[in-house]
Design a protein. Sequence first.
Length: 156
Amino acid sequence: MTAAPRPDRRALSAAARVYAVQGLFQMEAADQSAERVSREFRNWRIGAESDEGTTPEADEALFERILDGAVNWQARIDQMTDRALVAKWPIARIDPVLRALFRAAGSELIAADTPPRVVISEYMRVADAFFPDGPETRFVNAVLDHMAREARPQAF
């Protein structure tokens, strides 16, 4: 029996971003610590086998960096997000999945070496996974573009 081929780096990164958004959502919804969520994802979710199949493998180091960054820079990320949103819609009023997505993306925009346009593109894919065929992907694009220009103006 041959082993299944290992996913490529891009697929591992994409899965890490989806898991990070799920983890940040879980942290807020269940009032859990980053450490607890990280441990749960590493032990029970990432690449886990169940009766329904195997969940995707992920770049666990990227997953951890996103979670840690989102926690460490949450106030800064939320302020950047608020400035990108319409005045009547502060971050506290938006969908919690989108809030988690903006925090994950903000973490990468602040701390990562990934070019901002790549971060925006990758999180648009994440938004599309959570909200297929909805207007959220365009909304995510606009908000993240604003956040990226604030976080790393030299990249534009």
